[in-house]
Design a protein around this ligand. Structure first.
Ligand code: UDP
Length: 324
């Protein structure tokens, strides 16, 4: 297929681009490089540096590259920043996505795989979390993803645009050959922070609260290797290409690890001491987020291949020698 990837220079997007190429698809990346890295886009891939907020530029880029489908990653994704500056998030994520979806529709591109999030479920009542859980996004970032799902649903109703919204749990890990990986500035995520501590780039890891109702008191998350995520995106494309209806699908492994277990595992894999101490809870952190991934298995035939050690090992390889 000819696939347009917005945000293809970002963390998850760049891994998906590589997998698409390996599977023989042809790829065009659209990215404004505000947070992505041009170095993560493989040589030979067509690249359009354009912002989703530039409607005319976007329309023209899309019309120049007839595509069968789009995978839409481009978005800001820091929860804390979205609370500090909600306008930035609504403008960039929601307005940008509305521009994209309109421009796709004008160009008769009617298949969209959308990068959504488990944070749509807020503080869920049922864990593991299935797609039937009620949607209660509790921060502006999560709300932007919620609104974009609604926009897609409305374009399906009015114009037959078919979409698969993939609600990710905690994306982690990196390419196994060490060429691309996670590089955020500032870095809010646990695994990169733990590995930076292992490298001596941070003095220690702050554990955000150890008084949660979990086995060791620290928060539990479902960490999913970025290559398992990438595989699910390609399956979602194939699902849409076979003429199926729009749907939403959770992507997680179904297994949760606590913050302390992550630090322990990183100590084991890296052989480094990794100092840690407990600080206050971070506002808005639910105690436990674990996916019920039955729908992904049934609808996409997707089975996550990688476990926590693969995640930490691949991330460790990257963080020891980041390329950007
Ligand atoms: N966390 C932590 N210390 C840090 C960063 C994160 O204890 O320096 C915890 C955080 O409270 C959460 C888990 O690690 O329970 C995963 O956080 P991350 O930001 O990686 O992903 P999130 O689940 O917030 O999307």
């Amino acid at each position: 297929m000819n696939v347009l990837v917005t945000g293809g220079a970002g963390y998850i997007g760049s891994h998906v681009v590589r997998m698409l190429l390996k599977k023989g698809h042809s790829v065009v990346v659209i990215d404004n490089l505000s947070r992505g890295h041009l170095e993560s886009v493989p040589e030979g891939v067509e690249f359009e540096k354009v912002s989703l907020l530039d409607y005319e530029g976007l329309r023209s880029a899309i019309s120049r590259h007839p595509a069968d489908a789009v995978i839409h990653f481009a978005a800001f994704a820091y929860v804390g920043e979205s609370v500090e500056d909600p306008g930035l998030y609504y403008l960039n994520n929601v307005s940008g996505s509305v521009n994209l979806i309109r421009a796709l529709n004008e160009n008769n591109i009617k298949k969209v795989v959308f990068s959504s999030t488990c944070s749509l479920y807020g503080n869920p009542e049922n864990v593991p979390i299935s797609e039937k859980e009620s949607l209660k996004p509790i921060n502006p970032y999560a709300k932007t993803k919620y609104f974009i799902e609604q926009v897609l649903s409305d374009f399906d109703a009015s114009f037959g645009m078919k979409y698969t919204a993939l609600r990710y749990f905690n994306a982690a890990g990196a390419d196994f050959d060490g060429l691309i990986g996670e590089s955020h500035e500032p870095e809010p995520h646990l695994i990169p922070i733990v590995l930076q501590a292992a490298l001596g780039k941070r003095e220690k890891v702050m554990i955000f609260g150890d008084d949660y109702p979990t086995k060791d008191g620290t928060c539990i998350r479902d960490y999913i290797h970025v290559y398992d995520l990438a595989d699910a995106h390609i399956r979602a494309l194939e699902y849409l290409n076979s003429g199926n209806v729009s749907t939403v699908i959770n992507l997680g492994t179904g297994t949760g690890y606590s913050v302390k277990e992550i630090i322990e595992s990183a100590r084991r894999v890296t052989g480094k001491e990794i100092k840690a101490s407990v600080s206050q809870r971070r506002a808005g952190d639910p105690a436990v987020l674990i996916a019920d991934n039955k729908k992904a298995r049934e609808v996409l035939g997707w089975i996550p291949k990688y476990g926590l050690d693969d995640i930490i090992k691949s991330a460790w390889k990257w963080h020891q020698e980041p390329k950007y």
